[in-house]
Design a binder for this molecule. Structure first.
Ligand SMILES: *Cc1c(COP(=O)(O)O)cnc(C)c1O
Length: 396
């Protein structure tokens, strides 16, 4: 059969065709009125996409670049910081904070789990300068309670900042960034924004800007104050990734279209879409007797345990070879134990039904057992139908 190459990975994600076209035809120099207009429009739209009134900066780097920037701009060597980690991306915070000489306290939850708010409360003392966490831990598929964590951090006063890696959280999770008092929230272009890798962005609170006046960690390219000053004049400090900005403009236009002209509504619709695709996928996997890896699953992706005695690498390979569908294996120690199907950004009903249909065949092949064809698809259909009647009620 003909096979279309499709990505089901938690980044990079499928590209929006309109964004690809916008990139391909973009030629403007970055110090021109044309580019400034695009740059300013994109930054204003990004605030709505994130749902914040705080300043938003977009940098030419992958997500980790802005994670690093948040450490280097907000801390000084020797500062006590708390890292909440429950997977590979949480561990990245620990590595970054140590690289900048922070005195790192690590609160970890086992892979696949999330934190108890009580444990967090006990670890946040007035001398903790910053708390670093993921909104959705892409290595395990777990969702962390950003709202609950923010409540605890804010109760600790203005000297403790909350930094959230929402690189797979934004566009898949409902946040009230300003209402909850999140100081820095970070996203990346290759996730829910449906464009290629190469841009990372963040929204920064006034509390966090004030902190930057006193911190002493080294920074140059990622000096956020410098970028903020340039952005206020409609430019970026250094050469921006111009074609990615063109793609981003188109992607934000698409999200606005999802909200019938209202970008904030479009963001909500994009999140609801991810939630529904994820719920369909979870129901489908469970209908095949598979277990979910995460106890509190995110809408960004579904991590599914490999059946007893089966290396998940075989499942990943079978998806690839038979259907040209790219699903992700586990990372690090989780490799071989689970596979991950993402719902971040440009995914729809047909993608979801399709991957579940393929999963039925893949599972049959790798286990050598009979699979009840249609079981996963049927369960997903039922979730979809329930969601549909709910949506019609809301609309009525
Ligand atoms: C993708 C991702 C990142 C960023 O990784 P880069 O490869 O630097 O873009 C960070 N955190 C999470 C949770 C992610 O999913």
């Amino acid at each position: 059969m003909l096979r279309k190459n499709r990505l089901f990975t938690p980044g990079p994600t499928p590209l929006l065709p309109a964004a690809q076209t916008a990139m391909a035809s973009f030629t403007a120099h970055h110090r021109t009125a044309d580019f400034r207009a695009l740059f300013q429009r994109v930054l204003a739209d990004m605030k709505e996409f994130i749902g914040t009134k705080n300043d938003v900066l977009v940098q030419a780097c992958s997500g980790t670049g802005v994670m690093e920037a948040s450490v280097s701009n907000l801390t000084s060597p020797g500062d006590k910081v708390l890292v909440l980690t429950a997977g590979k991306f949480g561990e990245r915070w620990t590595g970054l904070a140590k690289a900048f000489g922070c005195n790192v306290d690590v609160l970890s939850a086992p892979y696949g789990e999330t934190f108890s708010l009580e444990d967090i409360r006990a670890r946040i003392t007035p001398d903790v300068r910053a708390v670093f966490v993921q909104a959705t831990e892409s290595s395990t598929g777990a969702r962390h309670d950003v709202r609950g964590i923010a409540k605890i951090v804010r109760a600790n006063g203005d000297d403790t900042l909350l930094v959230v890696d929402a690189i797979t959280g934004l566009g898949t999770t409902h946040f009230d960034v300003d209402g909850w008092g999140v100081d820095v929230i970070i996203g990346g272009s290759q996730k829910a924004l449906m464009i290629p890798p190469g841009l990372a962005y963040c929204a920064v609170s006034e509390r966090a800007w004030r902190r930057m006046d006193t911190t002493t960690s080294p920074r140059y390219y990622f000096d956020l104050r410098k970028e903020r000053k340039s952005a206020a004049k409609g430019e970026s400090a250094y050469t921006p990734a111009t074609s990615l900005f063109a793609a981003l403009g188109a992607a934000l236009g698409f999200v606005r279209g999802m909200g019938n002209g209202d970008l904030a509504k479009g963001r909500e619709a994009l999140v609801d879409n991810a939630e529904l695709c994820a719920e369909m996928t979870r129901a489908g996997a469970q209908a095949l007797g598979l277990k979910l890896y995460a106890a509190s699953p995110a809408a960004a992706l579904t991590a599914i345990c490999s059946p007893e005695g089966i290396d998940s690498g075989m499942i990943v390979k079978e998806f690839r070879e038979t259907f040209d569908a790219v699903v992700a294996n586990g990372q690090g120690e989780m490799k071989g134990q689970l596979f991950r199907i993402a719902h971040i950004g440009y995914y729809d009903y047909l993608d979801t039904i399709g991957i579940l249909g393929a999963l039925e065949h893949v599972l049959g092949r790798v286990t050598g057992k009979t699979v009840a064809y249609g079981a996963a698809v049927r369960a997903a259909q039922e979730v979809y139908a329930r969601g549909l009647s709910k949506r019609q009620l809301v609309g009525a």
